[in-house]
Design a protein around this ligand. Structure first.
Ligand SMILES: [Fe+2]
Length: 232
């Protein structure tokens, strides 16, 4: 197990923006991986999103499969290259999470482990005021790519609700958070995702609860691509 960064309850990536493949632990057996997605895969997502928006009626709605209070959600099949990249992130998680966690994951797998990266992927075109309540996913691992974020964290905090609060209070407008138990409390880990985070991906165990807060300062879509990695 390599030295990895340990986060503590109610932690926040205040002045940190992930720029390389990295593992963060939330507890001894729980963590997540962040990375900047390679530009060729971002180009693939960009092309597919643009095509989808040309005529959304040609694409399979995903609303019934997701808990998000988001009107525009569609299935988004991804290339083999994208799936290979997800597999690399998955392997990286296993290597970094430590021997115990690696054994637990591999213990659940058939031998050799076979995964399905292809089918359960989708795109969210989230509008102002829409949100994703606390939830977790089915599958082994899940991931989210922040593709287009049309606001800045500063504006959300300055102009959105809560702006009158003292600066010591955390303001969640536009944020993504993980929620997990440390044995005493329900803790959260906060990602103040804004335009600087475009192209960042996070991969995490599907059972890890997370949510997305609404944003208030843009009329454009906040576009995220997400998926679940399952056994074949
Ligand atoms: Fe989710």
């Amino acid at each position: 197990m390599s030295q990895n960064q340990h986060l503590f309850k109610n932690d926040v990536f205040t002045d940190f923006i992930p720029y390389k493949k990295e593992y963060f632990s939330l507890s001894y057996t729980l963590g997540f991986v962040t990375d900047k997605v390679p530009s060729n895969l971002i180009a693939e997502v960009e092309t597919k999103c643009n095509k989808l928006l040309e005529d959304t009626s040609l694409h399979q709605p995903y609303n019934e499969r997701l808990v998000g209070h988001i009107n525009e959600e569609y299935q988004l099949p991804l290339s083999e290259n994208f799936q290979k990249y997800l597999f690399e992130l998955f392997k990286f998680y296993c290597e970094e999470a430590g021997e115990k966690e690696y054994s637990r994951i591999i213990g659940m797998c058939s031998s050799p482990p076979q995964f399905n990266f292809a089918l359960d992927n989708w795109v969210n075109f989230q509008s102002k005021y829409e949100y994703n309540p606390p939830h977790y996913h089915t599958g082994l691992f899940s991931w989210v790519l922040w593709h287009k974020i049309p606001f800045t964290n500063e504006n959300e905090k300055r102009y959105g609700p809560g702006y009158k609060k003292h600066t010591d209070h955390k303001n969640y407008n536009g944020n993504f958070i993980f929620q997990f138990a440390d044995g005493f409390n329900i803790c959260d880990h906060d990602f103040p995702v804004d335009n600087k985070w475009e192209g960042t991906i996070v991969l995490f165990p599907s059972a890890l609860t997370h949510q997305v807060f609404p944003f208030y300062t843009s009329d454009d879509y906040r576009i995220t691509v997400a998926g679940n990695i399952k056994f074949k």
